[in-house]
Design a protein around this ligand. Structure first.
Ligand code: FES
Length: 64
């Protein structure tokens, strides 16, 4: 789904950035221009980042 309508950025792109090591909105913004225009998508983008980080760690815990 589109998260950032101003820049046409999807939740998938944000999740992929988290998988590449970006762990915060500023870090994501080094890779994608999410929340760099009107800013309306910033909170949703943060939630996606947090959810993705949490689910990644669950995977690590399950393997341990
Ligand atoms: S919707 Fe993302 S900057 Fe406007």
């Amino acid at each position: 789904m589109y998260v950032c309508l101003c820049n046409g950025i999807t939740d998938r792109q944000i999740r992929d950035s988290v998988h590449r090591g970006a762990d915060s909105l500023p870090a994501i913004q080094c890779q994608l221009p999410v929340a760099t225009c009107c800013g309306a998508c910033a909170e949703v983008a943060r939630e996606i980042i947090e959810n993705e980080r949490s689910s990644s760690h669950q995977c690590c815990r399950a393997a341990a």
